[in-house]
Write a protein of this length. Structure first.
Lengths: 173, 154
């Protein structure tokens, strides 16, 4: 066995993980360099043994796990804050980007029926009306609705025969 | 369980790499805390212990950087008179103590490779994965470290 190969094995030999090969056992007593290497590696295996004897793993574990639990709590708080901020930002962006609801332009079809008489009927008060009053209200409603329908819509009897024919054609098609 | 299993190895490694006895506890705590916080970054190429020791080595390097310019006199237990220690153990510990001092004079990579191999018993493949090098380079670093330590402790 050459010196380098033996030095490679020395940590395992020093820790008792492997048995001494016969050629290594024969080589060591006759090689000064290998004996020096052996002394260094054996001592290297003992380095820090006093530090290991001084520590208290259970105490260390308690502190580490308490710190981990606290770190997880902080992570959750941080994530909640980040999501809240993102949602608020998204809502602000939507408010800025989306157009406001449009107003109906003047002169449109909606405005053209503005001539309809507006009225309000407090429904819960209808029960208190007598027959005459109900009839009067009924007449008022007929008048108002009739006026609404007639706005801008010519009566059929006012059409010329040609116009009447076009209307009938459009209905048939 | 993991803490109980790996804390002594970490303590030995950190002490061997030059940590003061007063800071070993804190370094172990910080190493384990960081390791558990980013356990998903351990890809299993190196053994868990070697990965842990590498984190410890990096923390110690940062600590050394901060420590520069400060003079702290540390009283190690081995400097104190020990009335129960028999002469034989003292002699065996003396060489380990000299090796520990000499390790501080090695380049960081050589020191860590030596400790991982001689102290922790890691294989070259494992050392290479933990220290982001090749098994061949890890072996060369180990042999250089042994050679340098032989010269330094004589």
């Amino acid at each position: 066995m050459d010196c380098d190969a033996l030095v490679d094995l020395m940590p395992d030999l020093a820790a008792g993980r492997i048995k001494w090969p016969a050629d290594a056992e024969a080589h060591l007593p006759n090689c000064v360099e290998c004996r020096r290497s052996w002394a260094v590696i054996q001592a290297g295996a003992r380095v820090g043994a006093d530090a290991a004897a001084r520590i208290n793993p259970d105490q260390i574990g308690g502190i580490v796990f308490a710190r981990l639990a606290e770190a997880r709590r902080q992570d959750r708080r941080r994530k909640g804050w980040v999501w809240g901020t993102l949602l608020a930002a998204a809502a602000a962006v939507l408010l800025v980007v989306l157009p406001p609801r449009r107003q109906a332009p003047a002169g449109s079809a909606v405005a053209s029926v503005a001539g309809i008489t507006t009225f309000t009927v407090p429904v819960h008060e209808l029960e208190d009306l007598d027959d005459a009053e109900l009839q009067k209200l009924d007449d008022q409603l007929d008048g108002a609705l009739g006026a609404g329908v007639s706005v801008g819509a010519p009566h059929l009897e006012e059409l010329t025969p040609e116009e009447m024919q076009r209307v009938l054609n459009s209905m048939e098609s | 369980m993991l803490v109980r299993r790996h804390s002594p190895s970490l303590a030995r490694f950190l002490a061997g790499a030059g940590a003061w006895s007063s800071e070993v506890d804190d370094l172990i705590q910080e190493t384990l805390f960081r390791a558990f916080r980013r356990i998903d970054s351990w890809r299993g190429e190196a053994s868990f212990r070697s990965w842990l020791l590498t984190i410890g080595g990096n923390l110690l390097k940062d600590e050394h950087r901060k420590r520069k310019g400060r003079t702290v006199i540390s009283i190690e237990d081995r400097d104190l008179p020990d009335q129960t220690d028999p002469a034989g153990t003292l002699m065996a510990d003396e060489l380990a103590s000299r090796i520990q001092s000499a390790l501080g004079k090695l380049p960081r990579l050589q020191r860590e490779v030596f400790l991982l191999r001689a102290q922790q018993g890691a294989e070259y493949n494992d050392i290479a994965a933990a220290l982001s090098t090749t098994p061949g380079a890890a072996r060369v670093h180990f042999h250089h470290a042994v050679k340098a330590l032989k010269g330094l402790v004589e």
